[in-house]
Ligand binder design. Sequence first.
Ligand code: AMP
Length: 427
Amino acid sequence: MKFTLPRGTRDILYPEIILWQQIEDTARRIFSVYNYREVRTPIFEETELFERSMGESSDVVQKQMLNLASQRVDADGKPLLSGFSLRPEGTAAVVRSYIQNNLYKKERISKFFYIGPMFRGERPQKGRLRQFHQIGVEVIGANTASPYLDAEVIALSVGLLKSFGLKMFKLKINTLGSSSDKNKFSGILRSLLEPKISLLCDDCQQRFDRNVFRVLDCKNKGCREVVNSLDIDYGYLSEGSIRYYEEVKTILKDLGIEFEESMSLVRGLDYYTHIVFEIASDSLGSQDALGAGGRYNNLVYELGGPQVDAVGFALGIERILLAGSYEENTITSHIDCFIISMQSVGLRQAFILLNELRSNGICCDLGYIGGSIKSQMRMANKAGARFVIIFGEEEVRNNEITVKDMNDSSQERISLSKVLQYLKEKL
Ligand code: AMP
């Protein structure tokens, strides 16, 4: 085999693809119930957009960006696509699009959803790919920093996971406070960590200067011990931030949504302020996050737009599938009718009938490659056919067909001209 797929990517084939389609269809249905509209942005954008939004010190920007550049040059002699990267996440592009299309002038509140591939230069392992897929939402608009909207997106993310059939997952929430609370907190954190810096892993020693919050959610055992020994409380939060957080929690309780509070939940990206949340599954091992999100009230402004508030989340489809441990052999697909014909006779009539049935919305297929009735019957079974139509020699001679009901194996002979009517009545 000369060509193989790139490391950290996957082909999604039948029958697994049926699960993907079910997840996407369910998500679209739920998004329309919640009145969110789909947005599709390019899969690559200016690298600087991601650097500015996620923060230059974030792990994704530091270690995982997949930059593009072609050998071809543009009219100015610069390599085509230099300065562009494959998108590692969805938020930055949605915000770019919101600003570029002046949506803040057109609507008070914009509620987006997206479904699509994201790309990160990760070391591939179970549940961690270089091309993976996210279902995400962003709610953006002036003066929309309402705890009810935080609760809405959290309820939406939990509702999606439940409707995908997942039961065993945990929602964790935290607040980072406003930007100035965050600044205060980073100062406090540095002073608490400074005496213990030598006990931190190499990554966290660098994070200490660049993005000290990340030390809190490092998975390294030594770092966990250091973090657990810290005496952290919410003293750095302003009254307004505390009130906001309390309101979100009260609304979640009103909705019967269970959650756990976790002060070490900080999210790795610079843009979050106030509420952050993560949903993890017990069944996933080290890559246990099904999805995550939070509020980001300053990002639109920082990317050149007006000062408007925003909140969003993203769920990973591959992780949802892993957590659901759906069994491939339980995935079934069905067609209404499979037509069997002997190559020597009847193929022409069979093909005409196939097209007539299809143009009347009946889902059907034909045993094009011929073979014995028995082998075509196996094809019909594999396709999950409800009815099988047989064009044998005798049937063709009499302008008839035999129709077999696969539910009870009963058979009858009917005139070719009545097939459509017959199937319409039975299906
Ligand atoms: P993040 O923006 O890193 O919080 O990602 C949101 C969600 O996307 C995660 O909770 C995962 O479900 C999924 N995800 C992120 N990175 C990957 C990856 N490399 N491979 C598979 N899924 C991922």
